[in-house]
Design a protein around this ligand. Structure first.
Ligand SMILES: [Fe+2]
Length: 197
């Protein structure tokens, strides 16, 4: 990893440990590091992809959320260029990274299966990482005022949306199908039979 990228990664890890950030207890270990690992595995399958920009997107894509959870997308776009300049990234890389972040965030409006391989890898890795670790349980834990019924239906809606809009690489759909179905089941989609399919 390039030294400016390592420094930016360290900066993000430190920022995410701030107790004011609601997800501080789990976000690095159970989200960002998992996104990074899935993205690196995908880079091996897609040697044409630009690994440096992918790793930058991994550590940048939730930066705004860490700083200001209520204005996450706007904050990434406004603070990203400033902080990346401070860490020595050149303007061309910053412009490209921010353009890719805009596309990843626009998954509801854009067909990301037509995006660049770098966008496809980070978007797919981001949503796939939500299927690992305590992501959907954490939502229940962090929203104790909502009813269990609402929490479960929100989880189901989110996992379906991410599966259809953000996971755009077939190898991830294949590798994560059982995990996806398990999340649906744990949030209310019960099968007809339990011992046989
Ligand atoms: Fe993320």
């Amino acid at each position: 990893m390039d030294s400016n990228l390592q420094q930016f990664k360290d900066h993000v890890i430190k920022a995410a440990a701030n107790p004011d950030f609601i997800h501080h207890a789990w976000f690095v270990d159970y989200h960002l590091i998992i996104v990074e690992q899935i993205a690196l595995e995908l880079c091996k399958k897609h040697p044409d992809a630009d690994k440096n920009i992918i790793l930058l997107l991994v550590w940048l894509h939730d930066y705004g959320k860490i700083l200001d959870i209520n204005h996450e997308h706007k904050t990434t776009l406004s603070m990203g260029p400033k902080v990346l300049t401070e860490f020595g990234f050149n303007n061309e890389v910053i412009k490209l990274a921010l353009d890719y972040i805009r596309q990843i965030d626009a998954h509801a409006e854009m067909d990301l299966s037509k995006a660049s391989i770098e966008v496809k890898i980070v978007s797919s890795a981001d949503a796939a990482a939500h299927l690992i670790g305590p992501f959907y349980q954490v939502y229940l834990h962090e929203n104790p005022n909502k009813s269990l019924k609402d929490l479960m239906s929100s989880n189901k809606l989110k996992v379906k949306k991410e599966w259809s809009e953000k996971i755009v690489l077939p190898e991830i759909k294949k590798a994560f199908l059982d995990r996806y179905n398990l999340i649906l089941e744990q949030n209310g989609d019960l099968p007809n039979n339990y011992l046989t399919k």
